[in-house]
Design a protein around this ligand. Structure first.
Ligand code: L34
Length: 288
């Protein structure tokens, strides 16, 4: 039976530390502030943004909760970002993705000042990350590396296989895992990979970030491997009040029996994303 990686508990410890750092700043007259912008009402995005607002409040930080209608124009959003860039009371700016199709995510991310880019999505942040220079690290990949370290899962010399090459998870995670302090050997599988199970069977650490419920089955996993499930899929379930159940990319019930470690969904990677965001915000506020 796998050791269950309790992302919620590990995130709570990180958030405790953020709260203490926030207290120290507040005593010096600096109140860390994150502006969170949500355009439209995508139900999953509403849930994540609400989670972020709650975490800000619990840490004693200031949250500018900016909710805009789906019909907001790109120009309006860019003007808002320019105003927040210039506002010295705002330490971090987060525009929740995805954006409605009429708005260019690239142009919006480019508009955020790298000093306030607590998501780590700006090309300057990505460049600094790849080069190993100081800068904000993207929250989900950073949270995954944090979980591996916290659980003392051996990464040096380990073969890490990533499913998915998104800009938010797969690509930056590959970059973090090959850093010298992590020292994994990385394989990235994607839609162009003919048979990804050839690779996953060799993985000491398997990270699924695809967005397909139950994609990874027990036969694809090496016994004893660490399995990190980044998927947060809403699967229709009429027996639930919400009308859906959250499922990861991994067949949890079967893989839990053979893996060495496994993250649950919910309560695994998701809470770490929020905890790492809180850390980036307090760091932004600490930076003179
Ligand atoms: N700009 N857009 C921007 N930054 C981000 O870091 C994100 N992401 C991803 C989507 N778009 C973004 C998030 O915030 C995914 N994501 C995210 C954040 C939190 C959770 C999941 C994904 C989370 O808290 N998950 C809970 C369950 C939440 C629920 O019940 O809906 C969990 O335990 O997994």
């Amino acid at each position: 039976m796998a050791i269950i990686i309790d992302g919620k508990a590990i995130a709570a410890k990180v958030r405790d530390d953020v709260r203490l750092r926030t207290q120290k700043l507040t005593e010096r007259g600096i109140r860390p502030c994150l502006a969170v912008i949500l355009v439209g009402e995508n139900p999953a995005s509403v849930s994540y943004v609400t989670g972020k607002e709650k975490a800000l409040a619990e840490a004693g930080m200031d949250g500018r909760d900016i909710r805009l209608p789906a019909a907001t124009s790109e120009a309006e959003l860019l003007a808002l970002i320019a105003a927040l860039n210039a506002d010295s009371a705002v330490h971090g700016i987060l525009v929740q993705l995805p954006l409605p199709p009429h708005i260019s995510e690239d142009r919006v991310i480019n508009a955020i000042s790298p000093e306030k880019d607590v998501d780590g999505f700006h090309p300057v942040s990505v460049g600094n990350m790849v080069l190993g220079r100081p800068g904000f690290l993207p929250c989900t990949p950073n949270g995954i590396v944090y979980l591996l370290k916290e659980m003392q899962i051996k990464t040096a010399g380990a073969h890490a296989v990533i499913l998915g090459r998104s800009n938010i998870v797969g690509k930056p995670l590959a970059s973090l895992l090959i850093r010298r302090d992590v020292n994994a050997t990385v394989t990235v599988c994607h839609t162009g990979t003919p048979d990804f199970s050839l690779y996953t069977k060799q993985a000491d650490i398997l990270i699924a970030a695809v967005g397909k419920p139950g994609l990874v089955t027990a036969g694809m996993v090496k016994p004893g491997a660490a399995v990190i499930d980044v998927g947060v899929n809403r699967v229709p379930d009429s027996s639930r009040k919400s009308g859906f159940v959250l499922r990861g990319d991994v067949d949890y019930d079967a893989i839990e029996k053979i893996a060495g470690w496994i993250t649950p969904v919910p309560g695994g990677v998701g809470p770490m994303t929020i905890a790492m965001l809180m850390r980036n915000v307090v760091e932004a506020a600490e930076t003179p």
